[in-house]
Ligand binder design. Structure first.
Ligand code: TYD
Ligand code: MG
Length: 451
């Protein structure tokens, strides 16, 4: 190795920087995530030479931020973005291969191109697909190509020089992993390259006030391919996710400098692209499980929107050794806690029962408001007793078995009412609804004894 180059090792999971390689990241404990990164002496010098003094500005002299957002009119996308695309911002859309990143990018291109003026344009940089493949997708989506230009290129210098000539109003990059710079010694696709290319796009975006959307691939466990290490460079990070069994695609922001990160966008993958689901209240409820014990309906809040969902539990006698607890879509530790509370605070014996818990529809939830529904699902399966489908169950369960208040109870009940539910089992609070029959419970014991 030449004298001017030194190596550091960067964890693709937590972004820790280590001087030595090891099989396991010393910071986050993930295995096999350390990737070599090279710092050339030129970069080192650049880091040292910090000669120009920074400017200190008076806050009162700065005008307030007026965000002239570009609305895509894909309402779910706009909402997750906090109202549209902010000019000059860099947005990363990350997701597994095949999830629909190129599709959503094509749809954004189309929607924005409909709105910009005749002499403006959008540039789509495709490092993965040829022009023919790209056009095929657009044809499939029934799109016209007004104001849209395609660059099939992976060299970031060439791309930016072309972009500079075109002066687009929006830049779309599919995908950042394929872009490389000839100025760097490391190979295309390495973290150094991906980061460098991202910074180049960022510089261009900020300098010219052009919004840029980058697509980044992640692997099944959300690692390796690099988007994690880009998260602090870009302004907004969106994840496009799905579950195996259904066509739904969930879009969530994990970082947003120009909006909240609580909103969830829901799309359905159809033959003609991603369709927004504007009223998703009950899409995660399965009709088929209506007459099966162990299934209970509850409601979570995602951002400002309530979603009804179904909690399913299956108990079976432990054949050998310790009782098993398995959860999908729900925190396993939380399940252990709830199972212990049930055993200790009610007459139910779970010490010789395996418990499997599933959140139907592939949602991953962390809202404590479903605690009581989880408890009722377990006892419903154990007692082989069906919980009425027209009943919604809400409440956090404390270690003493007490049923605690949940946030936004009114909104959740209003959604249930709208979807035709008849009864609500809720914590012992002052609640008023017009149609729902309200059943207040103080403890989990009271709830399982009655339902
Ligand atoms: P794509 O956007 O290429 O995924 P990514 O860029 O994230 O890898 O789309 C992936 C899948 O979506 C692909 O299997 C085909 C399917 N698809 C549809 O079902 N309908 C459509 O209209 C389009 C464009 C794609
Ligand atoms: Mg793609």
């Amino acid at each position: 190795m030449s004298a001017g180059i030194s190596n550091i090792y960067v964890c693709t999971n937590c972004d820790a920087q280590l001087s030595k390689w090891s099989g396991r990241c010393l910071e986050c404990g993930a295995w096999g995530t350390l990737v070599q990164q090279t710092i050339t002496s030129k970069e080192k010098e650049e880091r040292k030479l910090d000669i120009e003094p920074a400017v200190a500005v008076d806050l009162s002299s700065i005008e307030s931020l007026k965000l002239d957002r570009i609305k895509t009119n894909i309402s779910e996308f706009d909402r997750v973005m906090g109202g549209g695309i902010v000019p000059g911002s860099v947005i990363l859309i990350a997701g597994e291969p095949g999830i629909g990143k190129s599709t959503i990018l094509a749809q954004i291109a189309q929607k924005v191109s409909e709105q910009i003026k005749k002499n403006q344009n959008i540039i789509y940089i495709s490092g993965e697909e040829s022009a023919v493949q790209f056009k095929d997708r657009f044809d499939r989506l029934n799109y016209k190509y007004a104001n849209l230009k395609l660059i099939c290129e992976t060299n970031v210098e060439k791309i930016l020089s072309a972009v500079n000539k075109e002066k687009p109003s929006l830049i779309l990059v599919d995908s950042i992993q394929t872009i490389y710079s000839a100025n760097l010694p490391s190979e295309a696709g390495s973290i150094n390259q991906i980061r460098y290319a991202t910074i180049k796009f960022l510089e261009y975006a900020k300098k010219n006030n052009v919004a840029t959307i980058l697509v980044g691939h992640i692997t099944k466990d959300g690692q390796v391919a690099g988007p994690k290490s880009l998260e602090h460079i870009v302004d907004t990070v969106l994840y496009l996710e799905s579950e195996k069994s259904q066509n739904y695609r969930l879009l969530r922001a994990t970082k947003n400098r120009f909006g909240s990160v609580n909103e969830l966008g829901i799309f359905e993958m159809t033959g003609v692209g991603l369709k927004e689901i504007l009223n998703p209240g009950a899409i995660f409820i399965e009709e088929q499980t209506a007459k099966i014990p162990g299934s209970v309906i509850s409601c979570i809040m995602e951002g400002t929107r309530p979603f009804l969902l179904e909690v399913q539990a299956l108990t079976s006698k432990t054949i050998f050794g310790y009782p098993q607890r398995k959860a999908s879509g729900f925190d396993l530790n939380r399940l252990q806690v709830l199972a212990t509370v049930l055993s200790k605070r009610t007459k139910i014996n779970l010490t010789n029962q395996d418990i499997i818990l599933n959140i139907v529809g592939g949602m991953r939830i962390s809202d404590p408001a479903v605690d009581l529904a989880v408890c009722l699902a377990i006892t419903s399966s154990l007692n082989n007793k069906i919980v009425d489908r027209q009943t919604i169950v809400l409440g956090e369960v404390g270690l003493g078995g007490e049923v605690r208040a949940v946030t936004k109870l009114k909104d959740r009940l209003a959604e249930a009412e709208k979807l035709g539910f008849k009864t609500a089992i809720v914590p012992n609070l002052d609640v008023k609804t017009s149609k729902l029959k309200i059943v207040k419970v103080k403890s989990v014991g009271e709830a399982v004894a009655n339902f």
